[in-house]
Design a protein around this ligand. Structure first.
Ligand SMILES: Nc1ncnc2c1ncn2[C@@H]1O[C@H](COP(=O)(O)OP(=O)(O)O)[C@@H](O)[C@H]1O
Ligand SMILES: [Mg+2]
Length: 284
C-alpha cells in the first residue's frame, strides 16, 4: 500500500473529515449505495452487484460469505483502495468518486484502519516502529508517533514488547501489533479481512475478544469472515453471496451490541463476569 502526502492539507475533504472526527457530523461512517464492481475479462467478472450497506458510528459488523463471494472486493471499496464501477461509496459523508487522489490518500491514512489475515508487518522494524508508521502519512512528528504507538500497544496488551521484532512474536502477538497499527490514528472505521484466518482456534478467540473490547471502547469495526460461527457472534451480521448482500440483521439494539460468547469457550460465569471476554489469560 502506498500513501502520498496531501498536496492540499487545508482542502475540503480534510476539513470535513476533521469535523467528523470532532463528532459534529451525525452522518454514517460508511455508506455503500448501489455499488457494483466488475473486473474486466472475457467475460467480465461481476464481483459485486448493487450492494447497499450503511454503517453507523460504534457498530461492530460481521460480513460473511464463502470464498469468491466478493468479500475482499467489498472491503477494498469500503477502504477506498478501489472504486466502484457503479454506484457510490461515501466515507464519513465524503463521496470517494469525487475526491482527488491526494485527498483520498489522506482520508484513508487518517480515517480508515486495516487489519489483514497476513498481518503485513515490516519484519526488520521494531514493534514500536511498525505501529508508529501507521501515523507517517498523517503528518505526525516522530516523537509523538512513538508515544501514540506506545498507547496503542498498551491497548492491545503489548506495551511491554515495544523493541521486539515481529519475527520474535507469535501469530497472535503479530496480529495485535497489526491491530495497534490500525488503531493508532484513531480511525473512524477499522476494516478487518479474515483477522483470525491465520491463527489457531484459541488465539483467534483472544483476537475476537480484543475486537470486542475495542468495540466496547467505541471503535467502529467491520470483520470479514468465511466462518459462520464467528459471524453469528457479531451484533450485526451481513451475508454476501455471489456479489449480492442476501441478508442483513441491521444495526444492533443498544442492549445487544456485544460480541456473543463462543459456545466452545463459554465457562460458568464467575460472580457475573463473562470469562470468555477476558484477555487476561490470553493464549496468544
Ligand atoms: N483483480 C481481479 N480480477 C479479476 N477477477 C477478480 C479480481 N479480484 C477478484 N476477482 C473475482 O471476483 C470474485 C470475488 O472475489 P473476492 O472479492 O476476492 O471474494 P472473497 O474475498 O469473498 O473470496 C471472484 O470470482 C474472484 O475470482
Ligand atoms: Mg477474500
Amino acid at each position: 500500500m502506498k500513501y502520498t502526502l496531501p498536496s492540499t492539507p487545508d482542502s475540503y475533504a480534510v476539513a470535513v473529515a476533521d469535523d467528523f472526527a470532532a463528532g459534529g457530523a451525525g452522518v454514517p461512517v460508511l455508506d455503500v449505495d448501489n455499488a457494483s464492481r466488475s473486473y474486466p475479462g472475457e467475460p467480465p467478472v461481476q464481483a459485486l452487484r448493487e450492494v447497499n450497506l450503511t454503517i453507523g458510528q460504534g457498530e461492530l459488523v460481521g460480513i460473511v460469505g464463502p470464498s469468491g463471494s466478493g468479500k475482499t472486493t467489498l472491503l477494498q471499496l469500503m477502504g477506498t483502495l478501489d472504486r466502484p464501477t457503479g454506484g457510490r461509496v461515501q466515507i464519513t459523508g465524503l463521496d470517494v468518486a469525487t475526491m482527488a487522489d491526494n485527498d483520498l490518500s489522506y482520508l484513508r491514512a487518517t480515517r480508515i484502519g486495516f487489519i489483514f489475515q497476513q498481518f503485513f508487518l515490516a519484519e526488520h522494524a521494531t514493534v514500536l516502529d511498525n505501529v508508529a508508521d501507521g501515523l507517517l502519512y498523517a503528518g505526525v512528528p516522530l516523537k509523538q508517533r512513538r508515544q501514540r504507538a506506545l498507547d496503542a500497544l498498551d491497548l492491545v496488551g503489548l506495551a511491554q514488547r515495544p523493541h521486539a521484532r515481529p519475527t520474535q512474536l507469535s501469530g497472535g502477538e503479530r496480529q495485535r501489533v497489526a491491530i495497534a497499527r490500525a488503531l493508532v490514528g484513531h480511525p473512524a472505521i477499522v476494516l478487518a479481512d479474515e483477522p483470525t484466518g491465520n491463527l489457531d482456534q484459541a488465539t483467534g478467540q483472544s483476537i475476537l475478544a480484543l475486537i470486542d473490547q475495542l468495540h466496547q471502547a467505541g471503535s467502529t469495526l467491520v470483520v470479514i469472515t468465511h466462518d459462520h460461527i464467528i459471524a453469528e457472534r457479531m451484533p450485526r451480521k451481513v451475508e454476501i453471496l455471489d456479489g449480492h448482500i442476501v441478508a442483513d440483521t441491521g444495526p444492533a439494539a443498544p442492549d445487544d451490541c456485544r460480541l456473543r460468547p463462543s459456545a466452545s469457550f463459554v465457562q460458568p460465569p464467575v460472580s457475573g463476569h463473562h470469562s470468555a471476554f477476558s484477555i487476561a489469560d490470553d493464549p496468544s
